[in-house]
Write a protein that binds this ligand. Structure first.
Ligand code: PLP
Length: 395
């Protein structure tokens, strides 16, 4: 009797175009770097690479902080590392909640034992400084935690005024710049961000799996002066920094392949220059927003504070939200994303980030979107979207 052995075909993922909210399509250079020979994490050839990754992190965060390195894990691990290393049970933490990722900051803070004061803001709006001032005035807040660009709403939260308010009250500021770093200005030193956390798969343009972050010497001292150890061993920034710093104290086996990929993604940003990259995202976003509106569709959120790398597009009445996404994937190999919370089933989330942030990609996408929407019975003026995008994205 022979037992049937299942057959597994060689891995051959379809070549999708990732025009959702992350992961975005990595530059081929990043994919090649991921396949380079694996090194041990204490090999001097590798620790030299780690030092370069730290330098490049300082460059993208615009900081002179000694501490700038990636946490091994997705962006959420970086956010959790920052929060759980700062918060001790009973600490008061003010969290701006203006979307899904503000909710996440509040949830993580509560799990760390914080007394959370949430500044609830309607989705699609920015948070007014007065609301944050009032929340900071209650008790003695230790941390103000907030999202720079919330991927669930498409809104960019202006930071400098809110940072000043927190500092006036003696609180440190932790910012989720997961979506925004590499796509719009983020000034860790210039804005006085005490902890700033990013990710790899949005505007940095690497696959998901690491979370670059940076924090000030004052935060480092706060962590060192904790009354009790950080509850998480894996996400204890005090221990992780001892591994990334000159002492090289063993903490975990660094994912060396991901470190190569991140280094290449950061090197691409360094070569392009941050200002040029922000401008490329701005132009691509102008094309996207103009094209969507020219198709007769509505963009969600405050137009004065719209993120350039995203479009949160309202689903027209009578149209199936998942049906359109499925058709884009099947007919055009294009991925866009569903929405969360109050926007669930009511909006699509579309993004052009990093390698994908090019006007020509927007023009191609809008052609495909027109095809799929027309099939779904929406009356879209023919060619209007791509045409408007080309005009708005012109240099
Ligand atoms: C994507 C995202 C996250 C979560 O990132 P993961 O890499 O999935 O853990 C957090 N915050 C914002 C603003 C994001 O866009």
């Amino acid at each position: 009797m022979t037992s049937a052995r299942p057959e597994y075909a060689a891995l051959n993922p379809p070549a999708r175009r990732l025009f959702g909210t992350g992961p975005t399509t990595p530059d081929p250079r990043v994919l090649r770097a991921l396949g380079l020979p694996v090194l041990g994490q204490f090999d001097p050839a590798f620790t030299a690479i780690m030092n370069e990754v730290s330098e490049l992190c300082r460059f993208v965060f615009r900081t002179g902080n000694a501490r700038a390195f990636p946490v091994s894990g997705t962006s959420r691990a970086g956010l959790e590392a920052g929060l759980c290393s700062l918060i001790e049970p009973g600490d008061r933490v003010v969290v701006v909640v203006a979307g899904r990722f503000g909710e996440l900051l509040a949830e993580i803070s509560r799990r760390c034992g914080a007394e959370v004061v949430a500044v609830d803001t309607a989705w699609g709006r920015v948070t007014e400084p007065d609301a944050v001032r009032a929340a900071l005035a209650t008790g003695r807040p230790k941390v103000l935690a907030l999202v720079h660009g919330d991927t669930s709403t498409g809104v960019l939260q202006p930071l400098p005024d809110l940072v000043r308010l927190a500092h006036d009250r003696g609180a440190v500021v932790l910012v989720d710049a997961v979506l925004t770093l590499g796509g719009v200005p983020v000034e860790a030193d210039g804005w006085g961000l005490d902890v700033c956390v990013a990710g790899t798969q949005k505007c940095i343009g690497c696959p998901s799996g690491m979370a670059p972050l940076t924090y000030t010497a004052a935060v480092e001292e706060m962590i060192a002066a904790r009354r009790r150890p950080v509850q998480s061993s894996y996400l204890d920034l005090g221990q992780i920094q001892a591994y990334w710093g000159p002492d090289r104290l063993n903490h975990h086996t660094l994912p060396t392949s991901m470190t190569y990929g991140l280094r290449e993604a950061l090197r691409l940003i360094y070569e392009e220059g941050l200002e040029a990259r922000w401008e490329r995202h701005r132009r691509t976003g102008a094309a996207l927003h103009a094209g969507i509106e020219a198709m007769g569709l509505r963009l969600f959120g405050d137009p004065a504070h719209r993120l350039p790398m995203l479009a949160i597009v309202e689903v027209p009445d009578g149209v199936s939200e998942p049906g359109v996404r499925d058709a884009l994937l099947r007919r055009h190999h294009i991925e866009i994303m569903a929405a969360f919370g109050p926007l669930r089933g009511r909006a699509w989330r579309i993004g052009f980030m990093a390698y994908n942030a090019e006007v020509r990609n927007v023009v191609e996408f809008l052609g495909a979107f027109e095809d799929v929407l027309t099939n779904a019975g929406v009356r879209v003026p023919r060619g209007a979207g791509p045409g408007a995008a080309e005009r708005a994205g012109g240099t």
